[in-house]
Design a protein around this ligand. Sequence first.
Ligand SMILES: *[C@@H]1O[C@H](CO)[C@@H](O)[C@H](O)[C@H]1NC(C)=O
Ligand SMILES: *[C@@H]1O[C@H](CO)[C@@H](O)[C@H](O)[C@H]1NC(C)=O
Ligand SMILES: *[C@@H]1O[C@H](CO)[C@@H](O)[C@H](O)[C@H]1NC(C)=O
Length: 475
Amino acid sequence: MHLPSTLGFLAAIAAPLAAAVDPLEVQGRYFVNPKSGNRFQIIGIDYQPGGAAGYDPSKGKDPLSDKDHCLRDAALMQVLGVNTIRVYNLDPNLNHDDCASIFNAAGMYMIIDVNSPLPGEALTSYNPWESYHEGYLNRTFAIVEAFKSYPNTLLFFSGNEVIDRPESAEFGPRYIRAVTRDLKNYIKKHSQRYIPVGYSAADVRDILWDSWNYFTCRIKGEKDDESRADVFGLNSYSWCGDATFESSTFKDLVDGFKDTSVPIFFSEFGCNEVTPRLFTEIAAIYGDKMTGVFSGGMVYEYTQEENNYGLVELDSDGNAKLLQDYNTLAKQYAALDFDALYSQKPGSDTPDPVTCDAKLITQKGFDKNFTIPEMPHDNSAKILSAGVKPAPSGKIVPVTDLATPHKVVDVDGKELSGVAIKAVADNGWNRPGVNTAFEIGAAAAGGNSTSKEDAGAFLRPTVLALALPLFAYLV
Ligand SMILES: *[C@@H]1O[C@H](CO)[C@@H](O)[C@H](O)[C@H]1NC(C)=O
Ligand SMILES: *[C@@H]1O[C@H](CO)[C@@H](O)[C@H](O)[C@H]1NC(C)=O
Ligand SMILES: *[C@@H]1O[C@H](CO)[C@@H](O)[C@H](O)[C@H]1NC(C)=O
Protein backbone atom coordinates (compact mmCIF):
# COMPACT_ATOMS: atom_id res chain seq x y z
CA MET A 1 0.00 0.00 0.00
CA HIS A 2 1.25 3.46 -0.89
CA LEU A 3 1.76 5.74 2.09
CA PRO A 4 2.21 9.49 1.75
CA SER A 5 5.68 10.32 3.04
CA THR A 6 4.48 12.26 6.09
CA LEU A 7 2.46 9.26 7.19
CA GLY A 8 5.42 7.03 6.61
CA PHE A 9 7.49 9.28 8.81
CA LEU A 10 4.86 9.27 11.55
CA ALA A 11 4.72 5.51 11.33
CA ALA A 12 8.46 5.25 11.76
CA ILE A 13 8.46 7.32 14.94
CA ALA A 14 5.41 5.43 16.19
CA ALA A 15 7.21 2.13 16.12
CA PRO A 16 9.23 2.61 19.33
CA LEU A 17 5.95 3.20 21.13
CA ALA A 18 4.97 -0.41 20.47
CA ALA A 19 4.97 -1.35 24.17
CA ALA A 20 2.35 1.20 25.04
CA VAL A 21 0.34 -0.10 27.96
CA ASP A 22 1.53 -1.53 31.25
CA PRO A 23 0.23 -4.95 32.24
CA LEU A 24 -2.39 -4.62 34.97
CA GLU A 25 -2.95 -6.61 38.14
CA VAL A 26 -5.85 -7.44 40.35
CA GLN A 27 -5.29 -6.03 43.83
CA GLY A 28 -8.17 -6.82 46.12
CA ARG A 29 -11.32 -5.79 44.33
CA TYR A 30 -9.55 -3.41 41.94
CA PHE A 31 -7.66 -3.45 38.69
CA VAL A 32 -4.41 -1.61 39.27
CA ASN A 33 -1.42 -0.50 37.27
CA PRO A 34 1.34 -1.68 39.62
CA LYS A 35 3.77 0.88 38.17
CA SER A 36 1.70 3.99 38.78
CA GLY A 37 -0.45 2.60 41.59
CA ASN A 38 -3.50 3.95 39.80
CA ARG A 39 -6.76 2.13 39.58
CA PHE A 40 -8.09 1.07 36.18
CA GLN A 41 -11.74 1.31 35.14
CA ILE A 42 -12.84 -0.69 32.12
CA ILE A 43 -14.28 1.61 29.46
CA GLY A 44 -14.88 -1.05 26.94
CA ILE A 45 -16.63 -2.51 23.94
CA ASP A 46 -17.53 -6.08 23.13
CA TYR A 47 -15.83 -6.86 19.86
CA GLN A 48 -17.48 -9.62 17.89
CA PRO A 49 -17.48 -8.57 14.21
CA GLY A 50 -19.58 -10.95 12.14
CA GLY A 51 -21.19 -12.42 15.26
CA ALA A 52 -20.37 -16.07 15.93
CA ALA A 53 -19.56 -16.50 12.20
CA GLY A 54 -16.66 -14.06 12.61
CA TYR A 55 -14.77 -17.04 14.03
CA ASP A 56 -14.16 -19.79 11.52
CA PRO A 57 -11.02 -21.89 11.95
CA SER A 58 -11.71 -23.66 8.64
CA LYS A 59 -11.23 -20.28 6.91
CA GLY A 60 -8.41 -19.07 9.14
CA LYS A 61 -10.62 -16.31 10.46
CA ASP A 62 -11.18 -14.74 13.87
CA PRO A 63 -11.69 -11.12 15.01
CA LEU A 64 -8.01 -10.49 15.82
CA SER A 65 -6.27 -11.97 12.79
CA ASP A 66 -6.88 -9.35 10.08
CA LYS A 67 -4.62 -6.35 10.46
CA ASP A 68 -6.63 -4.02 8.22
CA HIS A 69 -9.85 -4.75 10.07
CA CYS A 70 -8.15 -4.15 13.39
CA LEU A 71 -6.69 -0.84 12.17
CA ARG A 72 -10.14 0.32 11.13
CA ASP A 73 -11.84 -0.80 14.34
CA ALA A 74 -9.11 0.32 16.73
CA ALA A 75 -9.21 3.78 15.13
CA LEU A 76 -12.97 4.08 15.45
CA MET A 77 -12.88 2.81 19.02
CA GLN A 78 -10.02 5.08 19.89
CA VAL A 79 -11.97 8.15 18.78
CA LEU A 80 -14.82 6.97 21.03
CA GLY A 81 -12.41 6.87 23.94
CA VAL A 82 -12.52 3.21 24.97
CA ASN A 83 -9.65 1.45 26.73
CA THR A 84 -10.66 -2.23 26.55
CA ILE A 85 -12.15 -4.73 24.12
CA ARG A 86 -13.61 -8.13 24.86
CA VAL A 87 -13.15 -10.80 22.21
CA TYR A 88 -15.25 -13.94 22.48
CA ASN A 89 -14.11 -16.44 19.89
CA LEU A 90 -10.50 -16.90 18.95
CA ASP A 91 -8.42 -19.48 17.14
CA PRO A 92 -5.20 -20.06 19.12
CA ASN A 93 -3.39 -21.13 15.96
CA LEU A 94 -3.83 -17.86 14.05
CA ASN A 95 -1.35 -15.02 14.27
CA HIS A 96 -2.72 -12.16 16.40
CA ASP A 97 0.46 -10.10 16.65
CA ASP A 98 -0.62 -7.24 14.39
CA CYS A 99 -4.04 -6.82 15.98
CA ALA A 100 -2.82 -7.16 19.56
CA SER A 101 -0.07 -4.63 18.78
CA ILE A 102 -2.50 -2.20 17.16
CA PHE A 103 -4.84 -2.22 20.16
CA ASN A 104 -1.84 -2.00 22.46
CA ALA A 105 -0.41 1.01 20.61
CA ALA A 106 -3.84 2.63 20.78
CA GLY A 107 -3.95 2.24 24.59
CA MET A 108 -6.45 -0.60 24.80
CA TYR A 109 -6.51 -3.84 26.79
CA MET A 110 -8.01 -7.14 25.67
CA ILE A 111 -10.32 -9.42 27.62
CA ILE A 112 -10.12 -12.86 26.08
CA ASP A 113 -12.69 -15.67 26.28
CA VAL A 114 -10.97 -19.05 26.08
CA ASN A 115 -14.04 -20.79 24.66
CA SER A 116 -15.96 -20.74 21.39
CA PRO A 117 -19.41 -21.89 20.26
CA LEU A 118 -17.95 -24.75 18.21
CA PRO A 119 -18.43 -28.28 19.55
CA GLY A 120 -15.67 -29.34 21.92
CA GLU A 121 -14.56 -25.75 22.49
CA ALA A 122 -16.69 -24.85 25.51
CA LEU A 123 -18.01 -26.41 28.67
CA THR A 124 -21.61 -27.50 28.10
CA SER A 125 -24.34 -26.24 30.40
CA TYR A 126 -25.79 -29.72 30.89
CA ASN A 127 -23.71 -32.84 31.61
CA PRO A 128 -20.61 -30.64 31.79
CA TRP A 129 -18.40 -33.67 32.59
CA GLU A 130 -18.88 -34.79 28.96
CA SER A 131 -17.20 -31.64 27.65
CA TYR A 132 -14.43 -31.53 30.26
CA HIS A 133 -11.61 -33.43 28.59
CA GLU A 134 -8.11 -33.19 27.16
CA GLY A 135 -9.07 -31.74 23.77
CA TYR A 136 -11.07 -28.98 25.41
CA LEU A 137 -8.47 -28.15 28.05
CA ASN A 138 -5.69 -28.20 25.49
CA ARG A 139 -7.59 -25.58 23.48
CA THR A 140 -8.09 -23.32 26.48
CA PHE A 141 -4.39 -23.64 27.40
CA ALA A 142 -3.46 -22.89 23.77
CA ILE A 143 -5.44 -19.63 24.01
CA VAL A 144 -3.38 -18.75 27.09
CA GLU A 145 -0.19 -19.47 25.16
CA ALA A 146 -1.34 -17.35 22.23
CA PHE A 147 -2.17 -14.31 24.39
CA LYS A 148 0.01 -14.53 27.51
CA SER A 149 2.89 -12.49 26.06
CA TYR A 150 0.92 -9.41 25.08
CA PRO A 151 1.17 -6.72 27.77
CA ASN A 152 -2.40 -5.64 27.04
CA THR A 153 -4.01 -8.99 27.78
CA LEU A 154 -6.09 -8.01 30.81
CA LEU A 155 -7.74 -11.27 31.78
CA PHE A 156 -9.23 -14.53 30.54
CA PHE A 157 -12.83 -15.64 30.89
CA SER A 158 -13.08 -19.33 31.69
CA GLY A 159 -16.78 -19.31 30.83
CA ASN A 160 -19.55 -17.10 29.51
CA GLU A 161 -23.15 -17.65 30.66
CA VAL A 162 -22.54 -21.38 31.02
CA ILE A 163 -25.27 -21.30 33.63
CA ASP A 164 -28.22 -19.21 32.60
CA ARG A 165 -31.10 -20.72 34.57
CA PRO A 166 -31.48 -22.73 37.76
CA GLU A 167 -31.67 -26.02 35.79
CA SER A 168 -28.21 -25.51 34.33
CA ALA A 169 -26.77 -24.70 37.75
CA GLU A 170 -26.89 -28.17 39.25
CA PHE A 171 -23.43 -29.32 38.14
CA GLY A 172 -22.10 -26.48 35.95
CA PRO A 173 -20.67 -24.34 38.75
CA ARG A 174 -18.23 -26.94 40.04
CA TYR A 175 -16.97 -27.62 36.50
CA ILE A 176 -16.52 -23.91 35.82
CA ARG A 177 -14.44 -23.76 38.99
CA ALA A 178 -12.48 -26.77 37.75
CA VAL A 179 -11.68 -25.04 34.43
CA THR A 180 -10.81 -21.84 36.30
CA ARG A 181 -8.41 -23.83 38.49
CA ASP A 182 -6.78 -25.52 35.50
CA LEU A 183 -6.32 -22.20 33.68
CA LYS A 184 -4.90 -20.50 36.77
CA ASN A 185 -2.48 -23.35 37.34
CA TYR A 186 -1.46 -23.31 33.69
CA ILE A 187 -0.80 -19.56 33.80
CA LYS A 188 1.22 -19.84 37.02
CA LYS A 189 3.36 -22.53 35.46
CA HIS A 190 3.79 -21.26 31.93
CA SER A 191 3.36 -17.49 31.87
CA GLN A 192 5.99 -14.96 32.90
CA ARG A 193 3.32 -12.79 34.43
CA TYR A 194 0.16 -13.86 36.17
CA ILE A 195 -2.98 -13.06 34.18
CA PRO A 196 -6.30 -13.12 36.05
CA VAL A 197 -9.07 -15.60 35.22
CA GLY A 198 -12.77 -15.06 35.82
CA TYR A 199 -16.31 -15.88 34.84
CA SER A 200 -18.81 -13.84 32.82
CA ALA A 201 -22.32 -14.34 34.21
CA ALA A 202 -25.76 -13.86 32.72
CA ASP A 203 -27.80 -11.33 34.67
CA VAL A 204 -30.44 -13.79 35.78
CA ARG A 205 -31.20 -12.50 39.23
CA ASP A 206 -32.51 -15.87 40.51
CA ILE A 207 -29.07 -17.34 40.20
CA LEU A 208 -26.82 -14.28 40.10
CA TRP A 209 -26.00 -14.07 43.80
CA ASP A 210 -25.48 -17.80 44.11
CA SER A 211 -23.18 -17.71 41.07
CA TRP A 212 -21.16 -14.84 42.45
CA ASN A 213 -20.85 -16.49 45.85
CA TYR A 214 -20.04 -19.88 44.37
CA PHE A 215 -17.27 -18.60 42.10
CA THR A 216 -15.64 -16.11 44.45
CA CYS A 217 -15.77 -17.92 47.79
CA ARG A 218 -12.66 -19.52 49.28
CA ILE A 219 -12.58 -23.26 49.66
CA LYS A 220 -11.13 -24.10 53.05
CA GLY A 221 -7.75 -25.72 52.82
CA GLU A 222 -7.40 -25.18 49.07
CA LYS A 223 -3.92 -23.92 48.33
CA ASP A 224 -3.77 -20.44 46.76
CA ASP A 225 -7.55 -20.42 46.23
CA GLU A 226 -6.72 -22.22 43.06
CA SER A 227 -10.28 -22.61 41.73
CA ARG A 228 -11.56 -19.24 42.93
CA ALA A 229 -12.38 -16.65 40.24
CA ASP A 230 -10.07 -13.62 40.22
CA VAL A 231 -12.76 -11.38 38.72
CA PHE A 232 -16.51 -11.51 38.11
CA GLY A 233 -18.12 -10.13 34.94
CA LEU A 234 -21.82 -9.51 34.58
CA ASN A 235 -23.77 -9.33 31.32
CA SER A 236 -26.58 -6.99 32.28
CA TYR A 237 -29.27 -5.41 30.17
CA SER A 238 -31.42 -3.97 32.92
CA TRP A 239 -30.77 -0.27 32.17
CA CYS A 240 -33.07 0.50 29.25
CA GLY A 241 -33.72 3.92 27.76
CA ASP A 242 -33.97 6.85 30.11
CA ALA A 243 -33.76 4.75 33.29
CA THR A 244 -32.36 5.80 36.65
CA PHE A 245 -29.89 4.22 39.05
CA GLU A 246 -32.89 2.92 40.99
CA SER A 247 -35.32 1.98 38.19
CA SER A 248 -32.61 0.13 36.26
CA THR A 249 -31.90 -1.94 39.40
CA PHE A 250 -28.24 -0.94 39.13
CA LYS A 251 -28.65 0.17 42.74
CA ASP A 252 -29.61 -3.39 43.68
CA LEU A 253 -26.48 -4.62 41.93
CA VAL A 254 -24.28 -2.18 43.82
CA ASP A 255 -25.95 -3.14 47.11
CA GLY A 256 -25.62 -6.84 46.35
CA PHE A 257 -21.97 -6.69 45.32
CA LYS A 258 -20.82 -4.16 47.92
CA ASP A 259 -18.80 -6.74 49.87
CA THR A 260 -17.14 -8.22 46.82
CA SER A 261 -13.63 -9.58 47.27
CA VAL A 262 -12.85 -9.45 43.53
CA PRO A 263 -13.27 -6.81 40.80
CA ILE A 264 -16.83 -6.68 39.45
CA PHE A 265 -17.63 -5.15 36.07
CA PHE A 266 -20.17 -5.34 33.29
CA SER A 267 -18.81 -7.78 30.72
CA GLU A 268 -21.77 -6.68 28.56
CA PHE A 269 -24.31 -3.89 28.91
CA GLY A 270 -26.47 -1.74 26.65
CA CYS A 271 -30.15 -2.69 26.57
CA ASN A 272 -31.70 -1.96 23.17
CA GLU A 273 -35.38 -2.14 24.09
CA VAL A 274 -35.38 1.61 23.48
CA THR A 275 -33.61 2.76 20.34
CA PRO A 276 -31.68 4.75 19.41
CA ARG A 277 -29.95 4.08 22.68
CA LEU A 278 -29.29 6.93 25.11
CA PHE A 279 -26.43 5.38 27.07
CA THR A 280 -27.38 7.41 30.12
CA GLU A 281 -26.01 4.50 32.19
CA ILE A 282 -22.49 5.70 31.32
CA ALA A 283 -22.78 8.58 33.76
CA ALA A 284 -23.99 6.15 36.44
CA ILE A 285 -21.41 3.41 35.86
CA TYR A 286 -18.51 5.87 36.12
CA GLY A 287 -20.11 8.00 38.80
CA ASP A 288 -19.69 8.11 42.58
CA LYS A 289 -22.48 5.67 43.33
CA MET A 290 -20.90 2.84 41.38
CA THR A 291 -17.14 3.14 41.04
CA GLY A 292 -16.53 2.04 44.61
CA VAL A 293 -17.96 -1.39 43.78
CA PHE A 294 -17.83 -1.72 39.98
CA SER A 295 -14.78 -1.38 37.75
CA GLY A 296 -16.61 -0.15 34.66
CA GLY A 297 -17.89 -2.26 31.82
CA MET A 298 -18.18 -3.02 28.15
CA VAL A 299 -20.89 -1.92 25.75
CA TYR A 300 -22.43 -4.67 23.69
CA GLU A 301 -21.35 -4.40 20.90
CA TYR A 302 -19.11 -2.87 18.26
CA THR A 303 -20.64 -4.12 15.02
CA GLN A 304 -24.23 -4.09 13.91
CA GLU A 305 -25.48 -7.66 13.66
CA GLU A 306 -28.95 -9.12 13.36
CA ASN A 307 -29.69 -8.54 17.02
CA ASN A 308 -29.34 -4.75 16.54
CA TYR A 309 -26.79 -3.78 19.19
CA GLY A 310 -24.23 -2.20 16.86
CA LEU A 311 -22.33 1.05 17.01
CA VAL A 312 -20.81 0.60 13.55
CA GLU A 313 -22.14 -1.10 10.42
CA LEU A 314 -19.66 -2.94 8.22
CA ASP A 315 -20.21 -3.97 4.61
CA SER A 316 -18.69 -7.00 2.93
CA ASP A 317 -15.78 -4.93 1.56
CA GLY A 318 -14.83 -3.85 5.04
CA ASN A 319 -16.12 -0.30 4.75
CA ALA A 320 -17.67 1.14 7.88
CA LYS A 321 -20.62 3.38 8.61
CA LEU A 322 -21.00 4.97 12.02
CA LEU A 323 -24.45 4.54 13.53
CA GLN A 324 -26.38 6.93 15.73
CA ASP A 325 -25.48 4.92 18.83
CA TYR A 326 -21.79 5.53 18.12
CA ASN A 327 -22.29 9.29 18.34
CA THR A 328 -24.45 9.08 21.42
CA LEU A 329 -21.98 6.84 23.23
CA ALA A 330 -19.11 9.15 22.26
CA LYS A 331 -20.94 12.09 23.80
CA GLN A 332 -21.59 10.21 27.02
CA TYR A 333 -17.95 9.18 27.34
CA ALA A 334 -16.79 12.70 26.55
CA ALA A 335 -18.84 14.00 29.46
CA LEU A 336 -16.89 11.89 32.00
CA ASP A 337 -14.07 13.32 34.07
CA PHE A 338 -11.19 11.14 32.87
CA ASP A 339 -8.56 13.00 34.88
CA ALA A 340 -10.40 11.97 38.01
CA LEU A 341 -11.20 8.45 36.79
CA TYR A 342 -7.66 7.66 35.75
CA SER A 343 -6.02 8.99 38.89
CA GLN A 344 -8.17 7.09 41.36
CA LYS A 345 -6.26 4.93 43.81
CA PRO A 346 -7.49 1.51 44.86
CA GLY A 347 -9.16 1.41 48.26
CA SER A 348 -7.77 -0.78 51.02
CA ASP A 349 -11.29 -1.89 51.82
CA THR A 350 -11.42 -5.30 50.15
CA PRO A 351 -13.01 -7.81 52.52
CA ASP A 352 -11.54 -11.30 52.87
CA PRO A 353 -13.26 -13.79 50.59
CA VAL A 354 -16.14 -15.59 52.27
CA THR A 355 -15.57 -19.25 53.01
CA CYS A 356 -17.47 -21.58 50.71
CA ASP A 357 -20.41 -23.17 52.44
CA ALA A 358 -23.69 -24.70 51.30
CA LYS A 359 -25.41 -22.00 53.36
CA LEU A 360 -24.28 -19.35 50.85
CA ILE A 361 -26.49 -20.92 48.19
CA THR A 362 -30.11 -19.80 48.29
CA GLN A 363 -31.67 -21.08 45.06
CA LYS A 364 -33.11 -24.59 45.03
CA GLY A 365 -31.18 -26.82 42.65
CA PHE A 366 -28.07 -24.64 42.51
CA ASP A 367 -24.81 -26.54 43.05
CA LYS A 368 -23.86 -26.70 46.74
CA ASN A 369 -20.99 -29.07 46.27
CA PHE A 370 -17.62 -27.45 46.75
CA THR A 371 -15.60 -30.56 46.04
CA ILE A 372 -14.22 -29.47 42.70
CA PRO A 373 -13.90 -32.27 40.12
CA GLU A 374 -10.39 -33.60 39.55
CA MET A 375 -8.81 -33.10 36.16
CA PRO A 376 -10.00 -35.68 33.65
CA HIS A 377 -8.03 -38.94 33.71
CA ASP A 378 -6.57 -38.57 30.22
CA ASN A 379 -3.52 -36.55 29.18
CA SER A 380 -4.88 -33.28 30.61
CA ALA A 381 -2.60 -33.19 33.64
CA LYS A 382 0.40 -33.96 31.45
CA ILE A 383 -0.45 -31.09 29.12
CA LEU A 384 -0.86 -28.80 32.11
CA SER A 385 2.55 -29.66 33.45
CA ALA A 386 4.54 -29.96 30.20
CA GLY A 387 2.71 -27.22 28.31
CA VAL A 388 0.75 -27.29 25.06
CA LYS A 389 2.68 -28.82 22.15
CA PRO A 390 3.19 -27.24 19.72
CA ALA A 391 2.50 -24.04 21.65
CA PRO A 392 1.18 -21.01 19.78
CA SER A 393 3.03 -17.84 20.68
CA GLY A 394 2.41 -14.13 20.38
CA LYS A 395 4.57 -11.04 20.54
CA ILE A 396 4.17 -7.31 20.15
CA VAL A 397 5.37 -6.14 16.74
CA PRO A 398 6.02 -2.60 15.48
CA VAL A 399 2.89 -0.91 14.21
CA THR A 400 3.96 0.82 11.04
CA ASP A 401 0.67 1.44 9.25
CA LEU A 402 -1.63 3.64 11.24
CA ALA A 403 -4.31 4.59 8.73
CA THR A 404 -7.34 2.46 8.00
CA PRO A 405 -7.35 1.29 4.38
CA HIS A 406 -11.14 1.10 4.47
CA LYS A 407 -13.67 3.77 3.75
CA VAL A 408 -15.50 5.16 6.78
CA VAL A 409 -18.65 7.24 6.55
CA ASP A 410 -20.47 9.07 9.32
CA VAL A 411 -24.12 8.82 10.31
CA ASP A 412 -25.13 11.04 7.39
CA GLY A 413 -23.10 9.06 4.88
CA LYS A 414 -20.35 11.66 4.61
CA GLU A 415 -16.93 10.14 4.05
CA LEU A 416 -14.43 10.72 6.85
CA SER A 417 -10.85 11.14 5.72
CA GLY A 418 -7.72 10.55 7.75
CA VAL A 419 -9.15 7.82 9.99
CA ALA A 420 -6.11 6.33 11.68
CA ILE A 421 -4.98 5.09 15.04
CA LYS A 422 -2.84 7.34 17.11
CA ALA A 423 -0.11 5.72 19.16
CA VAL A 424 -0.56 6.71 22.80
CA ALA A 425 2.36 7.73 24.97
CA ASP A 426 3.99 4.95 26.98
CA ASN A 427 1.71 3.65 29.74
CA GLY A 428 -1.10 5.69 28.24
CA TRP A 429 -4.66 4.51 28.57
CA ASN A 430 -6.87 5.62 25.76
CA ARG A 431 -9.55 8.22 26.52
CA PRO A 432 -11.68 10.69 24.58
CA GLY A 433 -9.49 13.34 23.02
CA VAL A 434 -6.44 11.14 22.41
CA ASN A 435 -7.53 10.53 18.86
CA THR A 436 -9.45 13.34 17.19
CA ALA A 437 -9.19 12.03 13.63
CA PHE A 438 -12.70 13.33 13.05
CA GLU A 439 -15.36 15.22 14.90
CA ILE A 440 -18.26 13.27 16.35
CA GLY A 441 -21.49 14.29 14.61
CA ALA A 442 -24.48 15.71 16.41
CA ALA A 443 -26.92 13.33 18.04
CA ALA A 444 -29.95 13.16 15.78
CA ALA A 445 -33.46 13.93 16.95
CA GLY A 446 -34.67 11.05 19.04
CA GLY A 447 -31.18 10.37 20.30
CA ASN A 448 -32.23 12.18 23.42
CA SER A 449 -35.86 11.34 23.94
CA THR A 450 -36.97 11.78 27.48
CA SER A 451 -39.53 9.01 27.77
CA LYS A 452 -39.71 5.42 26.63
CA GLU A 453 -43.01 6.10 24.85
CA ASP A 454 -41.50 8.80 22.67
CA ALA A 455 -38.50 6.69 21.84
CA GLY A 456 -40.66 3.69 21.04
CA ALA A 457 -42.80 5.78 18.71
CA PHE A 458 -39.64 7.00 17.06
CA LEU A 459 -38.36 3.52 16.48
CA ARG A 460 -40.73 2.22 13.85
CA PRO A 461 -40.55 5.06 11.30
CA THR A 462 -36.78 5.18 11.73
CA VAL A 463 -36.38 1.53 10.95
CA LEU A 464 -38.50 1.96 7.82
CA ALA A 465 -36.72 5.10 6.73
CA LEU A 466 -33.31 3.56 7.30
CA ALA A 467 -34.03 0.26 5.65
CA LEU A 468 -33.60 1.42 2.06
CA PRO A 469 -30.49 3.59 2.25
CA LEU A 470 -28.86 1.04 4.51
CA PHE A 471 -29.57 -1.70 2.04
CA ALA A 472 -28.20 0.47 -0.74
CA TYR A 473 -25.10 1.06 1.35
CA LEU A 474 -24.59 -2.63 1.92
CA VAL A 475 -24.79 -3.54 -1.80
C1 LIG B 1 -3.13 -28.81 21.51
O1 LIG B 1 -3.15 -27.51 20.93
C2 LIG B 1 -2.17 -27.30 19.93
C3 LIG B 1 -2.24 -25.84 19.54
O2 LIG B 1 -3.52 -25.51 19.11
C4 LIG B 1 -2.43 -28.26 18.77
O3 LIG B 1 -1.50 -28.05 17.76
C5 LIG B 1 -2.38 -29.68 19.30
O4 LIG B 1 -2.72 -30.57 18.26
C6 LIG B 1 -3.35 -29.88 20.45
N1 LIG B 1 -3.18 -31.18 21.06
C7 LIG B 1 -4.19 -31.90 21.52
C8 LIG B 1 -3.84 -33.17 22.17
O5 LIG B 1 -5.37 -31.57 21.42
C1 LIG C 1 -19.40 -33.58 44.99
O1 LIG C 1 -18.70 -33.50 43.78
C2 LIG C 1 -17.67 -34.47 43.65
C3 LIG C 1 -16.99 -34.24 42.31
O2 LIG C 1 -16.62 -32.95 42.19
C4 LIG C 1 -18.25 -35.87 43.71
O3 LIG C 1 -17.21 -36.82 43.66
C5 LIG C 1 -19.05 -36.04 44.99
O4 LIG C 1 -19.71 -37.29 44.97
C6 LIG C 1 -20.07 -34.94 45.12
N1 LIG C 1 -20.73 -35.04 46.41
C7 LIG C 1 -22.05 -35.17 46.54
C8 LIG C 1 -22.60 -35.24 47.93
O5 LIG C 1 -22.80 -35.22 45.57
C1 LIG D 1 -31.08 15.29 26.94
O1 LIG D 1 -31.71 16.52 26.93
C2 LIG D 1 -31.85 17.10 28.20
C3 LIG D 1 -32.69 18.36 28.08
O2 LIG D 1 -32.37 19.08 26.92
C4 LIG D 1 -30.44 17.36 28.77
O3 LIG D 1 -30.54 17.92 30.05
C5 LIG D 1 -29.70 16.04 28.85
O4 LIG D 1 -28.39 16.26 29.28
C6 LIG D 1 -29.68 15.38 27.48
N1 LIG D 1 -29.12 14.04 27.59
C7 LIG D 1 -28.31 13.55 26.70
C8 LIG D 1 -28.00 12.12 26.86
O5 LIG D 1 -27.83 14.19 25.76
